[in-house]
Write a protein that binds this ligand. Structure first.
Ligand code: NAD
Ligand code: UDP
Ligand code: UDP
Length: 343
């Protein structure tokens, strides 16, 4: 008898509440592109637990086999090493399209590849959805709002984006991906869903991916100073990954195309975030200021009234509850399973 170990999984965080009918349905064939990544692997856990058959397609640029290894040997799970920039032939009922590096350090590493992933990769997955009649969900981003002139951001806001900046491969790439998604919907009748995801954190994030939560947590655990970029007064709103996965599944199963903001409206300056990390891990952690990166958005906070009203969704895990769950996972991965941090 095989026991599937759910390493760094989220267990029953969401099993307490009432589960809407759509989320209980079982036995679909579902493609998750980018399913070996941070968000994708948590989504795969939920889909497998629901009884679906899941195909993960991933090129392992930022994803890791370790994130999905606990499903190896399960006949309802399949992992394919494949780059979505190349065409793909599979037969599925739904496609969750997540393949794309999400951290600025990773997406700036090879910007042309990032654009190809967003444009050609999304085109291929939409072509696939059209051929097999699958419902297609795009994981877009709050970055489509750029450095927003409206606060908080509603889905109706068109954004303030620099088309020739160092972040454009990602934010303009995702904007084009949204356009393609709507054009396949209007032009070819493909059933589509669009999620605009705001900063998300949790277990299985890449430890050194340069994002602020993973940086601060890893730095505090390693007794290094927390690197605050700029004056630290810029804001972000941090969502725990189980809330996001719940939102993505409700969106896929619901009747509305979107776009929908999926994020936690709790807004923090980077200095406040550093404070929460100090409280959670090490009150003596030092703070070190560094120059900020180009085109850094000054503030970001989702207006989630649309998702609340039409999907019946809102985040349940505040930063102070979610952060310790991530710290546990990072501590294990940084120091090994048995060694405890001295703090
Ligand atoms: P991640 O980097 O952990 O996961 C992305 C996955 O896609 C990785 O497994 C990677 O190997 C894979 N991938 C990248 N390019 C690929 C390609 N060309 N072909 C096949 N696979 C490829 O990032 P994540 O945080 O899990 O993000 C998942 C999705 O959610 C991304 O589309 C991202 O843009 C979006 N998103 C995430 C956040 C966030 O805060 N995590 C915020 C906004 C949007
Ligand atoms: N595509 C794919 N898998 C499929 C069907 C299509 O990867 O099952 C790719 C196909 O190679 C093409 C893209 O999706 O590059 C768009 O396909 P579509 O049929 O919409 O357009 P066309 O092939 O006519 O350009
Ligand atoms: N940031 C920081 N220290 C770090 C990494 C990032 O102060 O070690 C800041 C960064 O300048 C930005 C915010 O944290 O203002 C969020 O950055 P992240 O890369 O996590 O996500 P994004 O910019 O895509 O929201």
């Amino acid at each position: 008898r095989i026991i599937y170990q759910n390493r760094a999984g989220l267990g029953s965080l969401h099993s307490g509440g009432k589960i809407p009918l759509g989320l209980q349905r079982k036995g679909l064939r579902i493609l998750v592109t980018g399913g070996a990544g941070f968000v994708g692997s948590h989504l795969v856990d939920r889909l497998i637990a629901r009884g679906d058959s899941v195909i993960v397609v991933d090129n392992f640029f930022t994803g890791r086999k370790e994130n999905v290894m606990h499903h190896f040997g399960n006949p309802r799970f399949e992992l394919i090493r494949h780059d979505v920039v190349e065409p793909l032939l599979v037969e599925v009922d739904q496609i969750y399209h997540l393949a794309c590096p999400a951290s600025p350090v990773h997406y700036k590493h090879n910007p042309v590849k990032t654009i190809k992933t967003n444009v050609v990769g999304t085109l291929n997955m939409l072509g696939l959805a059209k051929r097999v009649g699958a419902r297609f969900l795009l994981t877009s981003t709050s970055e489509v709002y750029g450095d927003p002139l409206q606060h908080p951001q509603k889905e109706t806001y068109w954004g303030n984006v620099n088309p020739i900046g160092v972040r454009s491969c990602y934010d303009e790439g995702k904007r084009t991906a949204e356009t393609l998604t709507m054009d396949y919907h209007r032009g070819a009748g493909v059933e589509v869903r669009i999620a605009r995801i705001f900063n998300t954190y949790g277990p299985r994030m890449c430890i050194d991916d340069g994002r602020v939560v993973s940086n601060f947590v890893a730095q505090a655990l390693r007794k290094e100073p927390l690197t605050v970029y700029g004056d630290g007064k810029q804001t972000r709103s941090f969502q725990f990954v189980s809330d996001l996965v719940e939102g993505l599944m409700r969106l896929m199963e619901g009747e509305h195309v979107g776009p929908f903001n999926l994020g936690n409206p709790g807004e923090f300056t980077m200095l406040e975030l550093a404070g929460v990390v100090q409280e959670t891990i090490d009150p003596n952690a030092q703070i070190e200021f560094r120059p900020n990166t180009a085109d850094d958005p000054h503030k970001r906070k989702p207006d989630i009234s649309k998702a609340k009203e039409l999907l019946g969704w809102e985040p349940k895990v505040p930063l102070r509850k979610g952060l310790p769950l991530m710290v546990q996972d990072f501590r294990q991965r940084i120091f090994g399973d048995h060694k405890e941090d001295s703090s």
